[in-house]
Design a protein around this ligand. Structure first.
Ligand code: ATR
Length: 278
């Protein structure tokens, strides 16, 4: 057993349903570390105090989840350039001198989940269609661009938001109106749903896949349910599908490594644990 007791956790509001404790506490046990990962329900008005309290309490850091990902950035002493580009953080690492460094591992987690499904996947093999223009889409777009994507068709119910992202992130992103979502699938190599449509309690995404090549990968960042109607539709016509569980697991790996000093593995044990919790 390591002598030092290392603590971390997740700050959100609400945070009761976060699966992050399952993942990190599994790794703590697996690697025989001495530590714990907790849930911190932090109201927005208490965010600054909570973040400043991390070093006072001797925590190694924390994850930041909804609704704090953007607000939390201003309380960092340093923000990783990748996270700056996304405009949000999901991980805080407290340094030995007590200063706070902010990172965003969501895009990394997403790309890793694709590579897990298809080891040879490359961002520049064909057009990528991204549905949605919220916080998750921002993280994925930045990651795709850094990975070398050259043609991204971005569609959002509210066109303005897609246009603003295309403006901000450059000419590789083409903003298209939601009404063109069917035509936009032609010749695509990858389709990504970042909207909430298809999540438990919301209607299925209103999208027919007829125009999408069967060679395209279809991914949904939703993991409740594990198989969204979009993924079921894609599977039935022969597309490779990727659910949202991989992104959740892989985004946790760099954070765990920063806090606990061990590069953790994304194993089927963790997927099974998470699936049992859904
Ligand atoms: P997240 O941070 O998870 O990305 P978000 O910022 O709330 O969440 O974004 C939700 C996304 O789902 C948005 O792109 C939203 O579209 P709008 O920008 O038009 O609101 C999209 N969305 C929500 N309801 C939708 C619907 N009924 N049809 C299509 N897209 C929808």
């Amino acid at each position: 057993m390591n002598e030092q007791f290392i603590m971390a956790g997740v700050m959100g509001w609400p945070v009761a349903h976060s699966r992050s404790p399952l993942i990190h506490n599994h790794w703590i046990k697996k690697y025989q570390l001495s530590g714990a990962y907790g849930r911190f329900p932090v109201e927005p008005k208490n965010l600054e105090a909570a973040i400043r309290g991390l070093s006072a309490l001797g925590l190694a850091g924390c994850n930041i989840t909804i609704p704090h990902k953007v607000e939390a950035m201003q309380y960092m002493d340093w923000v990783d350039p990748h996270a700056q580009k996304i405009g949000a953080i999901n991980t805080v690492v407290v340094q030995a001198n007590g200063t706070r460094h902010g990172y965003n591992n969501d895009g990394f987690g997403y790309l890793q989940s694709l590579k897990e499904a298809h080891a040879q996947w490359r961002a520049d093999t064909g057009p990528v269609v991204v549905l949605g223009a919220g916080g998750a889409a921002r993280a994925i777009l930045v990651a795709l661009l850094q990975e070398g994507a050259t043609e991204i068709r971005l569609l959002n119910r509210t066109l303005d938001k897609a246009q603003a992202l295309a403006q901000e992130f450059g000419p590789s992103i083409q903003a298209l109106p939601w009404s063109q979502r069917h035509e936009a699938l032609a010749q695509a190599a990858l389709l990504i749903n970042t909207t909430n449509q298809g999540m438990h309690g919301t209607p299925a995404l209103d999208l027919a896949l007829d125009e999408l090549p069967t060679t395209a990968m279809v991914s949904d960042i939703i993991y409740t349910p594990l198989v969204t109607p979009l993924l079921e539709q894609a599977r039935q016509r022969g597309n490779t599908t990727v659910n949202g569980l991989g992104m959740l697991i892989h985004q946790a790996r760099p954070a765990f490594e920063a806090w606990f000093g061990i590069k953790p593995a994304a194993t089927s044990e963790i997927s099974d644990l998470l699936i049992a919790s859904l």
